[in-house]
Design a binder for this molecule. Structure first.
Ligand code: GLY
Ligand code: MN
Ligand code: MN
Length: 435
């Protein structure tokens, strides 16, 4: 479970990376207008949430090692019974201390009077430079103010440093508490995909299958999807980020669904592809089995010490050979790999980091080399084949779009598939669909 103690440990870990005379300033995201006076549902900034667990807008967390009156300070909204009756509960200053472990808390409106004093005499200021330009300019304004005041004998910090490098390395390696939450996100998402397979019938609309699936996410406790669901029937599957989800599902075509629940601010990201009428055609099955074999080849390269690119290279090789075998490509395997002619059918990479963000933070290369996989890393394995009618291929392959995507945790002894509850074998899918 992710609780106050976990956030405290995360701050301590970050604190070990910075100097005892530095300061960390992390703002959260802002509320965005949707239309008229309606707002998008608020989602806390991932860095801010990772360090604090605090879920309200208009808040800034400050870590100030050695500060006599409190090292960990939250600026947030004060309690206001009138506003809370309209807009919802607020932790208030007392709540920030009691429930979120702040040593001290101040009203958000007072930040301009209090924070510059905390920044004085510090050496480096760490913040998410560039994430929130308005907040950046406030930080710069406070720095300038301190510089102008140096006649009083105080010195201004001499470095403004982007926090992301330190924090992203920390966020990249998932600890047990996060892994438990991600397992749960994976399970509820897989249950939604199974529900979609069971519910799907020719003549339904994409959004109707989407509703069946997302109902499972919501019932399991996910308030929000990790990203907008892609529910793509037939030719729509060849549009990689299709989200209109408003077409009818035709007998004889495939349905590609790429969707995942967000649970307690952690994402899952699953793709499954299945026949709308419950039975793969020969062409669909042929390409499906190539993609599945590519995913298994990639899994075989998931473990401590493999390079980040090895699962991708393994998947590409299987897809290229499969496309040659089916005469969708010509030439030798070596030539296809070298010329990358397979990219007309497989144009994306085989995975990305997964965590609080669906495309999570963390470098993929270290000093120009693909980084080695380590225990605690979580990423997707998502090979695909998409036959756009613009390609010079036999018509029988046209508009077949397939992606199979699972979420993998690297463990000491190999890997764990967090999303294996949703079947991927074509035979198993047909059994689930038959009901
Ligand atoms: N759902 C977005 C992706 O698979 O990367
Ligand atoms: Mn996906
Ligand atoms: Mn993905």
């Amino acid at each position: 479970m992710i609780n106050q103690q976990v956030h405290k440990r995360r701050r301590a870990e970050l604190g070990n990376q910075i100097g005892g005379n530095d300061i960390v300033i992390v703002p959260t995201s802002t509320v965005k207008s949707r239309n008229g006076d309606v707002e998008f549902r608020f989602r806390a900034d991932s860095d801010f949430h990772y360090l604090t667990g605090f879920e309200e807008p208009d808040a800034v967390a400050v870590m100030c090692p050695g500060r006599a009156n409190g090292e960990y300070v939250i600026f947030c909204r004060e309690k206001d019974l009138q506003r809370e009756m309209w807009d919802g509960r607020r932790a208030g200053l007392e709540g920030a201390i009691e429930f979120y472990g702040a040593d001290d808390a101040f009203p958000y409106e007072d930040i301009g009077d209090i924070l510059p004093g905390m920044m004085e005499e510090r050496e480096k200021v760490y913040t998410n430079v560039g994430r929130y330009p308005e907040f950046d300019s406030r930080v710069l304004g406070w720095l300038n103010k301190i510089k102008l005041d140096t006649s009083s004998g105080k010195h201004a910090p001499f470095e403004l440093v982007d926090l992301s490098h330190l924090l992203y390395e920390q966020r990249l390696i998932k600890r047990l508490d996060e892994i438990q939450v991600m397992r749960k996100a994976g399970k509820m998402s897989a249950a939604g995909h199974v529900k979609a397979m069971q519910a799907c019938k020719p003549g339904m609309y994409e959004y109707q299958v989407q509703a069946e699936m997302e109902c499972e996410f919501r019932k399991a406790g996910s308030h929000y999807n990790a990203y907008p669901s892609i529910v793509a029937g037939g030719e729509n599957a060849c549009i990689l980020h299709y989200t209109e989800n408003d077409r009818v599902l035709n007998d004889g075509e495939l349905l590609l669904i790429d969707a995942g629940a967000e649970f307690q601010c952690y994402a899952s990201d699953i793709s499954r592809t299945f026949p709308i009428n419950g039975k793969f055609s020969a062409e669909q099955r042929a390409l499906y089995d190539i993609v599945l074999a590519a995913q298994h080849a990639a899994f075989a390269k998931c473990g401590v010490g493999f390079g980040w690119n090895e699962p991708h290279d393994a998947a590409v090789e299987v897809i290229a050979q499969g496309l040659l075998d089916e005469n969708l490509l010509e030439g030798s395997l070596e030539r296809v790999l070298e010329s990358q002619s397979y990219t007309q059918f497989y144009m994306h990479r085989t995975g990305h980091w997964l965590g609080m963000d669906v495309h999570d933070v963390g470098d993929y290369q270290v000093e120009d080399n693909w980084r080695e996989l380590e225990a605690g890393m979580v990423f997707t394995v998502e090979p695909g084949i998409y036959v756009n009618p613009n390609t010079t291929t036999d018509e029988r392959w046209h508009n077949i779009g397939i992606r199979i995507e699972d979420n993998v945790l690297i463990t000491k002894h190999g890997y764990e598939n967090l999303t294996s509850d949703a079947p991927t074998n074509a035979d198993d899918i047909e059994v689930v669909m038959a009901g």
